[in-house]
Design a protein around this ligand. Structure first.
Ligand code: ADP
Length: 273
């Protein structure tokens, strides 16, 4: 037989209710702080290219236009800054769509080896500027089929390979490995650059986090690339890992599900008796 005390039950219920509400308030406060920090970061990131473009254009209007050499140089600089702004806005849009869950994943069979080769072609210019060799391994594979959202996984590979070229060594190597197991393929993007110091490793996926701010800006980085990569990989129900050793290089890797095929040959071989 249980003795019940109605007052105690009511007190318990009130306690549970208040604790729950307090948790909700704390959560809202955290979100509000996050939102304010984000706005401050975004405004700061916008200011840099806007101020720079403004500066060049105003200097031209104030008389520098008369000098033909200066005119072209300053116009190119203004245009470059506006291009950076354009990239930043695009990256921010992708990120905000991913963060609000506004993203429909469109899974389909993707030959990730072919996709990688296409990205190598697109990045040929910046790779040859830095004298970087691009390779896939093993090199005797012809196709590697995974289940993925084509456009988004393309964005992931583009960001990782571009980073490996930009932050790896001049004259270095970037190798994309495909490591197949029964059900999955592990994709890794490896460079032999200076690496990322240990204390930065778990922060590089945060938006606007850069290990070397001036180097990132000099190479046209928005600081959003890896944040986007992480969101896309998580939306594929998997995780991105990073390993880095000073002066040995950095490897980013993730696993994707293989496409399951019924590899029944179209024509069965004739039986010999
Ligand atoms: P960014 O636009 O600055 O390239 P990312 O989010 O793509 O932004 O990367 C964040 C930071 O991580 C970079 O600024 C760079 O310092 C560091 N980083 C990314 N990839 C590499 C790499 N392969 N080797 C060394 N550092 C890297």
């Amino acid at each position: 037989i249980h003795e019940s005390n109605p007052m105690k039950t009511i007190n318990d219920e009130i306690f549970v209710y208040v604790t729950k509400k307090q948790k909700e308030i704390d959560e809202l406060k955290k979100l509000e702080l996050f939102r304010r920090e984000f706005l401050a970061d975004v405004s700061h990131e916008f200011k840099t290219p806007i101020f720079a473009a403004q500066g060049f254009i105003h200097t031209l209007l104030d008389g520098a236009m008369d000098d033909e050499n200066v005119r072209e140089r300053f116009l190119i600089k203004a245009a470059n800054n506006l291009d950076s702004l354009d990239v930043l806005v695009k990256d921010l849009l992708v990120l905000s769509q991913m963060e609000t869950g506004d993203i429909k994943m469109n899974l389909m069979p993707v030959d990730i080896r072919l996709l990688t080769m296409n990205i190598f072609e697109r990045l040929e210019n910046i790779a040859s500027d830095r004298n970087v060799t691009l390779k896939v391994k093993p090199d005797d594979l012809s196709e590697v089929w995974v289940n993925a959202d084509l456009d988004r996984i393309e964005q992931v590979m583009l960001n990782l390979i571009e980073n490996a070229i930009k932050y790896g060594n001049e004259g270095g190597k970037v190798i994309v490995h495909f490591n197949e197991s029964k059900k999955q393929v592990e994709v890794s993007v490896r460079d032999n650059g200076p690496g990322i110091p240990q204390e930065h490793l778990n922060r590089i996926f945060e938006r606007f986090y850069r290990v070397d701010k001036s180097r990132s800006k000099e190479r046209g980085g928005t600081g959003l690339g890896l944040a986007i990569v992480k969101h896309i990989i998580n939306a594929h129900d998997t995780k991105i890992a990073v390993m880095s050793k000073p002066d040995k290089g950095t490897t980013f890797s993730f696993k994707l599900d293989k496409v399951v095929t019924n590899n029944a040959p179209a024509e069965l071989p004739e039986q010999t008796v």
